[in-house]
Design a binder for this molecule. Sequence first.
Ligand code: NAP
Length: 270
Amino acid sequence: MKEEKLFCLLGNPVSHSLSPLMHRTAFKAMDLKACYHAFLIHDIAGALKGIRSLSIGGASVTIPFKEAIIPYLDWIDDDAKCIGAVNTVLNRDGSLLGFNTDARGFLNALAGVANVAKKKVIVLGAGGAARAVVYALMQQGADVTVTNRTGERGERLAREFSASFLSWEEREAAEAQILVNTTPIGMYPRTEESPVDDKSMKRFELVVDIVYNPWETKLLKAAKKKGVKTIHGAEMFVQQGAEQIRIWTGLEPPVEVMRKAVKEALKNEA
Ligand code: NAP
């Protein structure tokens, strides 16, 4: 990069996001002439006009704009199309391209820990993040069951991705080797909550919680206690951010440096 490039976060709220810390740390370690700012957005269409006219290199997109942004983009990739949400924008000479790095981030977080092909996986939740997780798991050939507090929403998601559905009340009895929590249960400040009873933990081989604040949720602590393998939400967060850097720069991001920065920030917050 000849001139300094600006990358940004588009969301509302953005004040607690760890994306600026993670991306600035990465850019510095990569010795890139690039900076990253969080913008509190009220008007997503206006924000995208700004990205074009200010020649901003790209953006991360967070709540509540991941779906709302789609009609204003020039192109979106197949993952984002199937998931129905965009969390990354690349400005290529004024054309705004949309991607979703949550699915790839989730799979990269699993890499080396578990092979999910043919494994029975229960996914808790049916919101935006669940869509990316279920999509990723189905692509890997997992046998996925979705459960959700609002049954209708869960059933719709399961149907769309050819997964099975189980009512929220039956989740403790689900026959599965892997559990993935995509609900915000256990997220700061309600860190004493868990989406499943601690006692039901020992039947799993692996428990994944995509909640990343706190660093270790009550769910993950209970799983660890029973000797079950765990994957932290922060790992998916770092991996989806690393994928954003690949899209924006074409370069390999310093994942270990990013992981360390995020982990330290979360541990300091605790
Ligand atoms: P969302 O679209 O609002 O969906 C939330 C889901 O959780 C819905 O299925 C909702 O059920 C369920 N839910 C919420 N509160 C619940 C409760 N008290 N009891 C039972 N179910 C409850 O949110 P999202 O964007 O998917 O995000 C979900 C979580 O994932 C957040 O904590 C977010 O920070 C985290 N996340 C992490 C990463 C990462 O990289 N690690 C990436 C994306 C998101 P209903 O349908 O019944 O409302």
